[in-house]
Ligand binder design. Sequence first.
Ligand SMILES: [Zn+2]
Length: 264
Amino acid sequence: MNINLIHFDTSVGVKKPRTMLKSSIDSCPFCDVEHLTDIIDTDGDIIFLKNKYVVVEGSDQFVIIEGSECHSDMPRYSKEKMRRLIRFGLKHWKNLLDSGKYEDVLFFKNYGELSGGTIRHPHMQLVGFPKLNRDLLFDPIELHGEIIFESDGVEINISTTPRVGFGEINIIPPAGNFIDSKSLDTFADFIQIGIDYLTKHFRKDLSSYNIFFYHRENSEGIDQIYAKLIPRFATSPYFVGYNIHFVPNNVKTLAEEIRQIYFS
Ligand SMILES: [Zn+2]
């Protein structure tokens, strides 16, 4: 079958603390810094560590705790903090990719109760897979679309061939700039703008989103990274049941709105 079929350990899954809902009774493990184990690296209050709960069998799972504040998130970070966080994340993503241990390493963020995440405290995840069919992870066309703005060689756009459907914002830095350069500051700034837009303007009640990072060598063999921001709400049954991707007819309007709010 042409899919990545991966085993998930449900016996570990049920032990994970859950703090996403207001009704959750578990205390936040990421606030309890003193009792964190297997810390690999820190930058101020940003912490990179091994995930205690390895639910994806055969994988190595890691967590980046974004800071000490449980109820903060990206739109509230200073520009400096946001840039530092994205650099820190990309550095560890690249280290894992370069380790030679993995066929591929996923780098993503779940935020909010409809994102698939279980912990409210802002964090991101890195998951290394010794075996995985990389070609099935995404299609680069899903990262392109109606261009909102470009600066320092970094493009922010809205998908016109979305992965799922509505409000997918993509950010594409220049090829080859995996770790350093001014364009990575702009990359971080555009991610922050995209999340701010999705949670404050796209839908006023939007509580959940994902960020997915992708990488692929371009036709000249140079590494190209991408970030995709996806607002999360109940997923369309057309997609879940039949794999139909909707192209919303307001993409140009959304692009203009984002331009007006953030780039004029
Ligand atoms: Zn917390």
